[in-house]
Design a protein around this ligand. Sequence first.
Ligand code: SF4
Ligand code: SF4
Length: 451
Amino acid sequence: MTTIVEADQHISVLWGDFKNRDSEAFRLMRYVMRVDYEKVVLLHNAVTGHLIVLDDAEAEMLETFPKPYSPEMEELVRDRFLVPEGFDEHRQVANMRKILWKLEDAQRESGIVRYTILPTTGCNARCYYCFEQGVKRVTMTEQTARDVIEFIAAHHNGKPIIISWFGGEPTTATKRIDQICEGLREKGIDYRSEMTTNGYLFDEAMVEKAEMLWNLKSLMICIDGVESNYNRIKSYIYTDVSPYQRVMRNIELLTSRGIQVDLRMNFDLNNHKDFPELLKDVERRFKGNANLRFRTHPVNGEYADESGCVVHGDSDWFSAKVYEFNSAIRKAGLLRKSRKLLILKYGGCEASNDAAVVITAEGMLVRCPEQFGDDQITGNVRDGITNPQQVLSWKEFIEYSKCVNCVLYPRCNRIKNCSVKDLCNYFLELKKVAEDSITQHYKEWSISARG
Ligand code: SF4
Ligand code: SF4
């Protein structure tokens, strides 16, 4: 075998070696991905990240597993592509994950550097699937914004920070965004920001302010259908112009100023048929625009549509559709290829990370921007963390019996409290992206090996 990408040393050392080679038959490890490309066989260990190309004899050997140990298998056994037949790699990975996560959590440098801030929970749209249905509409007061600035100044530990503006619709509360940015500037705190927005309220002046004052580098905008459906689903409070046309114009404005826009179509059984036409329109407007990326995403949650039906679709359906849609977007050149190979993931999202915090419109601290009810409060911007137990509850992970044999298991690490559907909805897409990265690495390696 020849190595194309080395294994991660920490993970390999932690895994250790198989002591007894003679007493058991060996088989392929469950979390190894095989890609047959042109005339070669590529194996990728999704735990250690190791990528190899097999020689002919090894490739032939693969067809007849399980088989007793022989010296020709040594390298594949040593690098955990092959494991004893009775070996429990699921338990091994679960244990390593716990150890590595505890180590990383303990070694994390102090200081909060990522702030998700909700300047308001109010919104100018009324999407039927919004997770904020029934949430009290609150806009941050001037005093709370002052407290937010002081909280950041006291906790960033001299480091640059990233702010994610979230809501509600953050652009309906730009006064508070301006105030917080001006306050950080006065204090000499280095910040940049990103935003989740429906994009409706942007115009030339707001785009300029976003660039100059908010230091806005990227934003995520959802377009959930073709013009007529988008306007119906969003159900904006304005009626003077077509919101679809206005948001598309704003995306042009934003990207022309170098701000990255991640355009997302949330879909379910209600609106999936809109995808081909929407893609055509996005392609017509933005093909070749380096600041725009388009992707699709299953609607999360179990919300009823306008007629009261819960019609979202199951995991297999979503997985097939995400793959189909994103393949079409890739073909249109609107989704950048990833070179990332699979490797053991042991941390969670920012909700489990002490260097990140979410600040609500009322100045409360919570862990996840999608769950900010009273039962989720961990503290506030005046007193800091007051409920450390609540913080700890976001460091617990969960898995299901179906994960044991899934090749994505090393990559899939889900926080117990997370309300978003698991990665099964993206299974085919993630597998395809991983396979493409494997062949991409191989192609680059073979070009450089030829010299
Ligand atoms: S949650 Fe789904 S994709 Fe993730 S490991 Fe389990 S079965 Fe696989
Ligand atoms: S919804 Fe889930 S993945 Fe997203 S921030 Fe919350 S806990 Fe993390």
